[in-house]
Design a protein around this ligand. Sequence first.
Ligand code: ATP
Length: 214
Amino acid sequence: MKDQVIPKATAKRLPLYYRYLRILHHSGKQKVSSTELSDAVQVDSATIRRDFSYFGELGKRGYGYDVEALMNFFAKTLNDDQMSNVALVGVGNLGSALLKYKFHQSNSIRISAAFDVNKDIIGRILDGIPVYPLEDMAEQIRLQEIDIAILTVPAEHSQPIVDELVRAGIKGILNFTPARLHAPKQVLIQNVDLTNELQTLIYFLHSNANVEAE
Ligand code: ATP
């Protein structure tokens, strides 16, 4: 891989490409043209070529892309060739739904531990995942070598939990709370505010603004 920074927009599209390549591979397809790929993932082919160019020479001109080679390449790039254990903090409505979710795009992401303060669920195994008391969070994260945490606690409790996650060595946080969190800059925080997303969608539906595809 070339030693350069990959733009965030490109990085966000990689799972999309990877997912489609897996589908193609499972259906026995050996090569795919950039037009086919473009139609399937709904990203224009110039963008695809630019995205791929960050990773060096991935295809041959006039041949298209070798499905298996490209799939394996993205598996490696996305770390999907090794198991990533993920922690979930806050087993409320949203947290429980995520415990049930099979992360079907990937065979190698799994929530391996959940944490909560609610005595009714602590010590239970929900959807195959043990729920630990919050006090055990740092210890479990170190023991299980967990790098990523999903945050689904009430917003007002989120920052102290983030501070503790950081102390325990967490490297990335998927934040489902509406709170804007503070962490050292080497810790990546990805915000998923579902209410915000819906509001944005409603706004675009009701305005006549031309929505540009991301
Ligand atoms: P959601 O926001 O997912 O719809 P909810 O409305 O069911 O959840 P919330 O009050 O938002 O419930 O709490 C989410 C979960 O976070 C609950 O299971 C709650 O026990 C847990 N929780 C609350 N405070 C903390 C905390 N400080 N640390 C860990 N978990 C907490």
